[in-house]
Design a protein around this ligand. Structure first.
Ligand code: AMO
Length: 447
């Protein structure tokens, strides 16, 4: 018999079906056994009146929580069943089969409250849970994170495909350290060294020189940073895009705000209620346009409103505290969760950002709920100034291959890089370790 997923099972009352899943809970009493079965689509109670099913007794005694089982039977409505008001009654004979028996679980996924007989069990911490990530991922909450992330990434793609973007897949093994040379992982490559790409930046721009006009890429990004914060990882998924024939960086910002508004709209529609119910976070679909502030003006505002004072010499970059405080400010002033910050100092920005007549890079960071999710810019597409900016940062030989992209014709262009894991984390109000399928950090290479 073909498998019926649990969401569909309750629509097939009265007919014989076959269901499969994990045992979410089992109560094996003297005369009755109750199994709550869980699959990715939902839950169903299987009720066994033991007297009537002698062939199942041995199996029922063997089943442990989280075992994977198959059950053939029939679903009936029953108003006394707390779980959706339906239950499955097994078919005659050996209608419950254990596909895989689970040992006692090595982690506590959720706090188990105390009962009369047993003391409360504290939830394992996130590092212990990551050791057994596949078990941790079985919860409704964790599965929702990845359902919503799937919807988010699909919506981002959908938006771009409808606007004639091509999807590219650039190499992650590269011959020279990209961007800055710092924070790059070196790997053995036969008899020489290679590096893991810390951004698809150069290849996104090569696609512009190739006349691709509009491209995006979703792929791994590697950063050899020893950061131990709730928003840094050494490998994340970048959602990067680049497009040609822009008039200014404003076109890039417009593309991004429309893209995010569309994608969050889709997530809110599909999972908004569930996210609010399980995580207490409202998915707010932003209004257009997003507020914009120059970095210096932001510091003035933070000082004026919250007494946040920073030495003048540090005001060419956004500090972590200022980033966090900016959320309070943008909410109070605009009732908006997003904030574009522009006009960073050239010494803090990548050499490929085009600069205005005052030498200010024409780029931005986008902050959502107080955390940077994007860097974007109009790029310098003219060979001479680009080369001068690379020289100024001491990059010379390493970027020679990249500079060549701009010697044989290249349209003006711009783009941005969005961290998909950061988006997921902020959507749910989690830390990055909990928002990634498997986290990678300075001390974490397994599982
Ligand atoms: P940037 O270095 O700002 O820009 O990276 C772009 C976005 O990627 C995410 N991100 C990270 N996420 C998790 N852990 C990290 N260690 C980490 N580092 C970055 C953030 C960040 O905003 N080439 C440019 C982009 C461009 O200009 O197109 C770049 O890589 O969300």
């Amino acid at each position: 018999m073909e498998r019926t997923i649990l969401r569909e099972a309750v629509k097939k009352t009265g007919e014989p079906i076959l269901v499969r899943g994990f045992v979410d809970n089992i109560r094996n009493g003297k005369s009755m056994a109750f199994i709550v079965l869980k699959d990715l689509s939902g839950r169903l109670q299987i009720t066994v009146e033991k007297e009537k099913f002698p062939a199942l007794l041995e199996t029922l005694d063997a089943i442990t929580p989280d075992s994977v089982i198959t059950c053939e039977g029939t679903v009936f409505p029953n108003e006394f069943v707390k779980l959706n008001g339906f239950e499955m009654i097994p078919a005659e004979g050996e209608s419950i089969r254990i596909d895989s028996l689970a040992e006692a679980l090595p982690i506590v996924r959720k706090e188990i409250p105390a009962t009369k007989k047993k003391a409360a069990l504290e939830r394992s911490n996130i590092d212990q849970r990551i050791d057994y990530r596949w078990i941790d991922l079985r919860t409704d909450e964790n599965q929702l994170v990845f359902k919503a992330q799937t919807a988010l990434a699909a919506a981002l793609r959908e938006f771009l495909l409808a606007r004639d973007f091509l999807e590219i897949h650039s190499p992650k093994l590269i011959g020279a350290a990209s961007e800055s040379g710092a924070d790059v992982f070196e790997v053995k490559y036969f008899d020489r060294n290679a590096y893991l790409a810390q951004s698809p930046q150069f290849y996104k721009q090569m696609a512009m020189a190739a006349g691709f006009e509009r491209i995006f890429e979703v792929g791994p990004v590697f950063r050899a940073e020893k950061s131990y914060t709730s928003r840094h990882t050494t490998e994340f998924t970048g959602f990067d895009l680049e497009f040609s024939y822009i008039e200014s960086v404003k076109d890039v910002m417009k593309m991004e705000e429309e893209l995010l508004t569309y994608a969050l709209g889709k997530v809110a529609e599909k999972y908004g209620e569930e996210i609010e119910a399980l995580f207490g976070k409202k998915v707010v679909v932003p209004t257009l346009p997003f507020p914009v502030v120059k970095l210096h003006d932001l510091y003035d505002e933070l000082e004026k409103n919250y007494g946040y004072i920073l030495p003048e010499s540090e005001k060419n970059d956004l500090t972590t505290e200022a980033e966090q405080l900016s959320y309070r400010w943008v909410m109070e002033k605009y009732g908006h969760e997003f904030l574009f910050v522009t006009d960073f100092g050239p010494e803090k920005r990548a050499f490929y950002h085009m600069r205005d007549e005052n030498g200010i890079p024409m780029g931005y960071d986008l902050i959502w709920r107080g955390v940077e999710i994007t860097t974007g810019a109009q790029r310098e597409h003219r060979y001479e100034p680009l080369k001068a900016q690379a020289d100024e940062k001491g990059l010379g030989e390493d970027v020679k291959f990249y500079l060549d992209f701009f010697r044989y014709g290249c349209p003006p262009h711009g783009g941005f890089g969005l961290g998909l894991d950061r988006l997921t984390m902020l959507l749910f109000g989690l830390g990055i370790k909990e928002s990634m399928f498997i986290f990678r950090g300075p001390n974490r290479l397994n599982p």
